[in-house]
Ligand binder design. Structure first.
Ligand code: ADP
Ligand code: MG
Length: 614
């Protein structure tokens, strides 16, 4: 067994430095990786309060010699690397000898370990970098690490931790990545004494994928396997029907290590070209194995990014392998919804104004070809400072002051909710449970989720508006203060530009208070505070700042979700007919922006068969 040794300065200087412990999930990641490197076959993880109070990782690996325990906490001390040359031959997950030193410096750690060939184990504690003496310990073969009170001695960093729930979310992600990389390990995760995952060892990756993501993904995977010289690519890609709204489910592993790689992510998306709608992302679990000298894993502090010797060849290899695999499949969706609901010759004629936002002047149908109606876009200059007496600030503000005469916009809003005298003749539709619409169509019985479909229609409508710069904005008479935490306020201000594009103008009032000066008119039913809090939740759920386009897209989907009719809303027959008619006009009426189906078709033939007519 390799002993732990201090790395020579010549190697230390070549190691990519950087803060590795950012939050509880970073600790879990490092400890899990150490357990894997120790050759364990079982690892149990227990956390309390999202890992902020306790993280315990117990493995049955080869253990650490008593004499080496203090060294485990020394900076740049490792058993996995000896010379600088080894840096290009890395076979283990760890190699920098930094993790335990960093963890021991900012928490209270108890390390207990017993190597397989030792009759007795030993233990040591490290509190904020202070080491205890090594004592004898009677425990099972393997290593047990307890990390308590993370950041207890760095209050500022402790303060920046999120809620236990959010931190637990990050831990689950780290755990998932490792569990997918090593199906042969028996792994468990518990939170506050409750089981989160119990994963028995398995030799089938697919089984493990199904444990994490259910049969929705597990049953729709296509195995991929190809070689190119010394490079081996294997794993699964999912049917395009199980796409997602972000790239989080594109798992990529290099030599057993989870990585992210922009270029390979792009290669994957390209392989799905034509099979996915814009804004949708493929689901995949791909493993690349190659000799360590073909890749530098020492370029990123947490090793989440690597540098390939020949990135271009890999791009082509992954792209063509996945593309070929998808071409081999017959990818016709299993539930092919019908497209004959509305009269296809005259789509615009069947559109009722009800689905459109009700507050703006508008005469043309929602998806009419050419000549979108001239919406009154309220100009959005920077918000004036709030006068202490709350004077109305702008001329064209909506809504009018309470008690005032109805504004033209208000009149238009009412006009827009009037129904045209003749309804499309397709009203063989009923509403069930105030949530689903059931329609008779030539193909069969169509069941529509009213919220999902309306959400999709509004989402596309908003996208179109954003593209053409005609998104309606509602200016507030008096900017409304919204109180947030300092960190939340900072997150929102970071995205101020993109939010302004959507009509949401915010100003910093100081002390965590933001002033909302205007907001997207579609959300008129919500208070500015509610809107901002939704956006804060959304922004805080992101690992890294989203790109402008991602952010806009995601916020549009948040807006569409809020503005759409909900399950539980009763609809009039006209509204039902209108919603059904607009279904065919949406570019993707199969899925809501979150990827849930909007409708299911039970074919005439299915019904006949079930009732034994045929
Ligand atoms: P690295 O993993 O980069 O070597 P760490 O700080 O994570 O650095 O760990 C330092 C050393 O402690 C490792 O090289 C290894 O020898 C030993 N070690 C840590 N955790 C374990 C474990 N669970 N089982 C056996 N040895 C361990
Ligand atoms: Mg390590």
């Amino acid at each position: 067994m390799m002993r732990i040794r201090q790395l020579p300065p010549s190697v230390i200087t070549k190691i990519a430095a950087g803060e590795v412990i950012e939050r509880p999930s970073s600790v879990v990641k490092e400890l899990l990786e150490n357990a894997v490197d120790a050759g364990s076959s079982r690892v149990d993880v227990d956390v309390e309060q999202g890992g902020i109070e306790l993280i315990r990782v117990v493995d049955n690996g080869r253990g650490i010699f008593a004499d080496d325990l203090p060294l485990a906490f020394a900076s740049h001390a490792t058993s996995k690397l000896t010379s600088a040359d080894d840096l290009f031959q890395v076979q283990t997950l760890g190699f920098r000898g930094e993790a335990l030193a960093s963890i021991g410096g900012i928490s209270q750690v108890a390390l207990q370990s017993r190597p397989a060939d030792q009759g007795q184990g030993a233990e040591i504690t490290c509190h904020g970098g202070d080491l205890s003496a090594v004592r004898a310990w009677n425990g099972a073969v393997g290593t047990r690490l307890e990390v308590r009170h993370l950041f207890f001695n760095t209050p500022v960093r402790r303060k920046f931790l999120r809620t236990p729930g959010t931190e637990m979310g990050h831990i689950c992600e780290v755990f998932t990545r490792l569990a997918l990389a090593r199906p042969e390990l028996h792994l468990t995760l518990r939170h506050n004494g409750k089981d989160v995952y119990q994963l028995p060892a398995s030799d089938r990756l697919q089984e493990r994928i199904a444990l994490f993501f259910g049969t929705e993904v597990g049953d729709r995977l296509y195995a991929v396997e190809a070689r190119h010289g010394p490079v081996h690519l294997h794993g699964f890609v999912a049917d395009p029907a199980c796409s997602r709204g972000n790239a989080k489910m594109q798992y990529l592993f290099l030599n057993g290590r989870w990585i992210r790689d922009r270029s390979l992510g792009y290669a994957l998306q390209e392989a799905y070209r034509g099979l996915l709608l814009t804004g949708r992302y493929a689901v995949s679990f791909l493993f690349l194995d190659m000799p360590p000298e073909l890749v530098d894993v020492n370029v990123h502090p947490t090793k989440a990014e690597v540098r390939f010797r020949d990135a271009q060849t890999l791009f082509t290899f992954l792209h063509s392998t996945v593309r070929q695999r998808l071409t081999d499949e017959n990818l016709t969706p299993r539930l092919q919804p019908t497209s004959t609901l509305a009269n296809p010759q005259q789509p615009g004629a069947q559109v009722l104004p009800w689905l459109r936002p009700r507050y703006v002047e508008e005469t043309a149908p929602l998806f009419a070809q050419g000549g979108l109606p001239a919406f009154t876009k309220v100009a959005s200059p920077p918000a004036p400072p709030v006068p202490a007496n709350g004077n109305p600030a702008s001329e064209s503000c909506l809504p009018p002051p309470p008690g005032g005469a109805p504004s033209p916009a208000q009149a238009a809003r009412e006009a827009a909710t009037q129904l045209p005298s003749s309804l499309p003749d397709q009203a063989k539709a009923i509403q069930l449970y105030n949530a689903y619409l059931v329609l008779e169509t030539p193909e069969g019985m169509l069941v529509i989720d009213q919220h999902a479909l309306h959400e999709r229609i509004l989402f596309e409508y908003l996208q179109e508006r954003l593209r053409s710069g005609t998104l309606e904005v509602q200016k507030l008479l008096i900017p409304e203060p919204v109180e947030l935490t300092a960190e939340q306020a900072a997150r929102v201000l970071e995205q101020r530009q993109s939010l302004a594009e959507l009509g949401l103008e915010v100003e910093d009032f100081g002390g965590g208070t933001l002033l909302v000066a205007s907001y997207p008119a579609l959300l008129h039913k919500r208070s500015p505070g509610q809107i901002l809090k939704t956006i804060v939740d959304f922004l805080c759920a992101q690992d890294r700042p989203p790109t402008r386009l991602q952010l806009l897209n995601d916020l549009l989907s948040v807006m569409a979700c809020h503005a759409a009719v909900r399950a539980g809303d009763p609809l009039t027959p006209e509204e039902i007919a209108s919603l059904a008619a607009q279904r065919d006009l949406a570019a993707d009426h199969h899925h809501c922006p979150h990827g849930r189906p909007t409708s299911l078709l039970f074919t005439r033939q299915d019904l006949d068969r079930q009732f034994r007519r045929i």
